[in-house]
Write a new protein. Structure first.
Length: 355
């Protein structure tokens, strides 16, 4: 007799865990599942309840016969644009199932319930085990997301190998890069700030460039302000690119110790020279860091990174999509789009504070 059958026979009623609608009373139980993430409580309201698009928080909650939380799949609803047309999509995050309920199909039950909440669901940074489950449930792996790194100071054998590859990439891209840098130096000015440009300027830029993307998370001021300026623990820098007094692009970065991360880009999807100039500016502006890393699905930005001297890493971050109507059009994805980056930002901020 299986564990399921034994449980089902008690009082003739099923006592198996079940999915229930979200209620505030489950919050403490969910937080208890993530007790090994000390900053989760500090992020909760910002991440789940202060949605920049005023979209509702409807996660999947699994409870046992005592109405205690046994599993959870968090969600972050955002607005995206499909060639300029606005569409609501969902980021899946913070999936957890209590250990004693694992291996009995309840993880799949949670995911099936999640499928009811949105026609387009995305997840980035999926583990080996989770990727097998998602494939089985009809999620499609998207291998367009790649990781790049530039090492400034080689201290290990692996770093020396990366250093050599960087040198080769830099030599290959040097001539074209110098030409583009000269062109942009005459037209565009770059500056670094701890704040976004003014709201009207950011929203104008987004309106002008949104339709140049196939699929992209909406990068309005409202979203960027919530995502980067209002992060309870993370601290971000903003490179403003201006031409003749008009905002033409934004590069969003974060530093920790001697590591610079380029986490987001706002601007035309088809302006390779602007992307090249922004990356080149950032690399030189933070020349004191030991390494620079970028994660992106954008093939044009990838070429810009290689031209500056970045190396593409072998491992690819796992990006999965669940779509009722599958689309072949590519997504523009960067590290800042998913929950992984802001969780890492919080963790590193807390580690500095503890030190």
């Amino acid at each position: 007799m299986t564990a399921h059958n034994e449980l089902e026979k008690v009082d003739g009623v099923s006592h198996l865990p079940r999915c229930v609608p979200w209620e505030e009373k489950y919050r403490e139980g969910v937080l208890a599942l993530f007790s090994d993430v000390p900053h989760k409580r500090q992020l909760w309201h910002w991440q789940f309840e202060a949605n920049p698009f005023l979209l509702p928080f409807n996660p999947v909650v699994l409870v046992d016969e005592k109405d205690q939380v046994a599993g959870f799949n968090g969600v972050m609803p955002v607005k995206a644009t499909k060639r300029g047309e606005q569409v609501e999509v969902l980021w899946s995050c913070d999936f957890y199932l209590a250990k004693h309920w694992r291996g009995q199909g309840f993880g799949s039950q949670i995911k099936h319930e999640l499928h009811r909440t949105s026609s387009i669901i995305m997840a980035l940074g999926i583990s080996d085990q989770a990727s097998h489950v998602l494939r089985h449930l009809g999620w499609v792996p998207d291998d367009s997301v790649r990781s790049f790194r530039m090492v400034r100071r080689a201290r290990e054998l692996r770093s020396l190998a990366l250093w050599g590859l960087q040198l080769i990439n830099r030599i290959r891209g040097r001539a074209g890069l110098l030409d583009r840098r000269f062109t942009y130096s005459q037209e565009t000015s770059f500056s670094t700030h701890s704040f976004l440009p003014e709201k009207d300027h950011v929203d104008r830029l987004w309106r002008e460039c949104a339709a140049t993307y196939d699929w992209v998370v909406e990068k309005s001021y409202q979203y960027l302000d919530w995502r980067y300026q209002k992060h309870p623990l993370g601290r971000y820098g903003f490179v403003h690119a201006e031409r003749e007094g008009e905002l033409v692009g934004i590069l969003i970065v974060r530093t920790h110790s001697e590591h610079l991360r380029i986490v987001d880009y706002v601007g035309p999807s088809n302006d390779g020279q602007l992307k090249q100039a922004l990356v080149d500016y950032a690399v030189n502006r933070w020349r004191h860091v030991a390494q620079v890393s970028v994660m992106t699905s954008d093939s044009q930005l990838s070429k810009c990174l290689l031209a500056v001297g970045f190396v593409q890493l072998r491992g690819k971050p796992r990006f999965f999509r669940f779509e009722e109507k599958p689309s072949q059009m590519p997504w523009f994805i960067m590290a800042g789009d998913s929950d992984g980056e802001f969780l890492q930002a919080a963790s590193e901020f807390c580690s500095v504070g503890a030190t």
